[in-house]
Design a protein around this ligand. Structure first.
Ligand code: HPA
Ligand code: ZN
Length: 330
């Protein structure tokens, strides 16, 4: 079996995927035309050429600007359907999808519009393919905690209606200068409300932010977390407690968290016994979907087929699926 076929054939969960980061340039141009939104690029090629990043912030600037073409329920539906059909080709059996409502409500898009479009695509996909999914509403950490609380309050009236999907709360955007502690109160509230909790930490930010996400936010999973390796005590804790890391290798390369793929610590973390998983983060911006991320690691980190299988199994284990559904995929 060739590597691509082997990787695509592994039943896997994608646990770190920003739906706004799955918006491909072609669809971005189509939505811009449909909605009469002006893009500062003359073509798909010119836009793609702008995807040369040197930091998380340099990416976030384009990512938030790109999301400006999303206006109607149908736009969110189209974007989500495109991701789910692509994920299906990669052997994804379950996806836990982050979305950033503040990026849309700040532009006057209603919270209901965002939920409705994404949910319609996820429910339709579940009905026609059996692929399951959950939604992780993520707060933008460069904004205030008050803004996060207001966002939670605006979304809570929709909770019953989207009960089958909206199970989690996350934290993303610019990490430097926005430590987890800034969101301790809103995360405590979300925990009381029964949401599953995750946070980005240790991508660009220090290992301290990973520890703070665990201690101050009480998250169950760390998004990225690759800088945890810099703190031996923390690393041992991640291993002992089997805290999942949702690692995104192509993202780390494109945002220059690492300078070349052979430098990536995924294989080391996995071999030390960390509950590491492989994910795509923002595939339209970083040059690959989830299977591409497995493949690039196999090629540059000399992962064995058993290790690739182990990574796929970890993704099911680390998901928020109930135990009986996990077992179905393992
Ligand atoms: N890090 C922080 N915020 C993000 C990312 C990321 O990798 N992708 C989309 N928003
Ligand atoms: Zn991310």
């Amino acid at each position: 079996l060739d590597l691509h076929t082997f990787v695509r054939g592994l039943p896997k969960a994608e646990l770190h995927l920003h739906i706004e980061g799955s918006l491909e340039p072609e669809l971005m141009f189509e939505l811009a035309r449909r909605n009469g939104v002006e893009l500062p690029y003359s073509s798909v090629d010119e836009l793609r050429r702008a995807y040369a990043f040197d930091s998380l912030q340099s990416f976030l600037d384009l990512y938030y600007a790109g999301a400006g073409v999303l206006i109607t329920e149908r736009d969110f539906y189209d974007m989500t359907m495109a991701y789910m059909s692509r994920a299906r080709q990669d052997g994804v059996v379950h996806a836990e999808i982050m979305f950033d409502p503040q990026t849309h409500t700040a532009r006057g898009v209603a919270m209901e519009t965002v939920f409705a479009g994404i949910a319609r695509a996820l429910r339709e996909t579940r009905a026609t393919t059996g692929i399951t999914s959950y939604l992780i509403l993520s707060f933008l950490r460069h904004l205030s905690e008050e803004d996060a609380i207001a966002t939670l309050e605006a979304a809570l009236p929709l909770r019953e209606q989207y009960n089958d999907l909206w199970t989690g709360i996350g934290l993303d955007s610019a990490e430097h200068g926005n430590p987890p502690g800034k969101f301790a109160r809103v995360f405590a509230r979300c925990r009381e409300l029964g949401f599953r909790l995750v946070a980005h930490a240790g991508e660009e930010g220090p290992a301290d932010y990973v520890r703070d996400a665990l201690d101050l936010l009480q998250v169950e999973r760390i998004d990225h977390g690759v800088r945890s390796e810099e703190d031996a005590v923390l690393l041992q804790r991640l291993i002992d407690q089997q805290v999942p890391l949702t690692v995104c290798p192509l993202s780390n390369l494109k945002l220059q968290v690492i300078q070349s793929m052979p430098q990536h610590n995924l294989a080391r973390l996995l071999r030390l016994g960390v509950m590491a998983t492989v994910n795509s983060d923002d595939p339209a911006y970083f040059g690959g979907y989830v299977a591409d991320n497995y493949i690039v690691c196999a090629e540059h980190l000399a992962l064995t087929r058993h290790e690739l299988f182990e990574l796929a199994q970890n993704s099911i284990t680390a998901s928020f699926l109930p135990p009986e559904q996990k077992h179905k995929h393992m």
